[in-house]
Design a protein around this ligand. Sequence first.
Ligand SMILES: [Zn+2]
Length: 374
Amino acid sequence: MAYKDLIKAFEFAEKFRFTYDIASDTFDLEKEVLKHLETDRSHSSLIINEKVTPQIYLVLHKVCKKLRLNSNNVSAYIYSSSDNQATCFLGEKDKCTIMITSNLIELMDENELEFIIGHEIGHFLLKHGTVTHNSKMSKEDLIYSRYKEISADRIGLIASGTIESALSSIVKMLSGLSSAYLRYDISALMQQINNVHKGTYLSSESTHPSWLIRVRALQFFSMSEMYNKEILETNNNLGDPIERVDELIYNDLESFIDKPIRKEIEDSKKDLSFWIHIFAVLDDDKFDKKEQEIIKQEFGEKQLNKIKKILTSSNKEQSRNFINSLLEEKISGLAHIAPKESQIFYRNEINNAERKLNIENLESKIVLSIKKIK
Ligand SMILES: [Zn+2]
């Protein structure tokens, strides 16, 4: 199956991407590693095909068709486990592998399984990159990982075709309960969100948004103009514009999980910006009135007094060393929590400081000074 045959499916899925979710084309696994993985899977799990698992194959086939995808591009396996889990392995850009536990298959009806498989294929169609399960994901990576789940749920919804199945499969996954014990009264389900206390946040260590957020996000999406037009194929322009819907979902993610991390990133940026400017100011070993005014305008009087105090309480070399090592600490601090954002931010702040304080080659000066500490 050539890559170009996949373009239709990629383009179709792209329409539904959550605005804040960013595609990436990183596949960092080597061919040999991929071969080994495939061998391992073939030894330890059952591949879904027409002959051995006809019902499940039919579901997979139906999903692929709805997503404009040839089912040859998907390998799906089932393995025995009491967990309710489905994962998507993205090793190559023209193929995806889905792994589903036996328990999950047993728990879901066909429509619900369509949602699950659609969600996993969604990660592939939306180019969510290699999902390596390492513990080194930064806080920023985790925020973006949660955005990916919002997008993938939309593809799951399109695959299942009904919001009811999408929601029931999420609730079944969450509770482990079968249909015998569940009724999908959505408004009653969503009441649970009232138990969430204002100002308390969900741990930001999770790669997935909570089920409450996911259900609300799907509900918002199912009421969008885009969903009405593209999926329900109604001709009237009913529903909210997708931009509005994405904003609502973003606000949910912020107010239930991300706000404290955002603040941490913003504080860290402010700090870094301050020390970059101070470094630039001291380039000529002077801190004249004009420069002091700029620092005051940008960062406030308190910060200005703080730096004045440092400069008067130690000699030139001491304060220089102190500022160099602080700056180094702030650069690596931001890079640690937000590696992607930090690069852009750092560049911008260097440019700002150069412009405002009339200094050249600031970046290489910083690099040199930091080298000296090491
Ligand atoms: Zn997912």
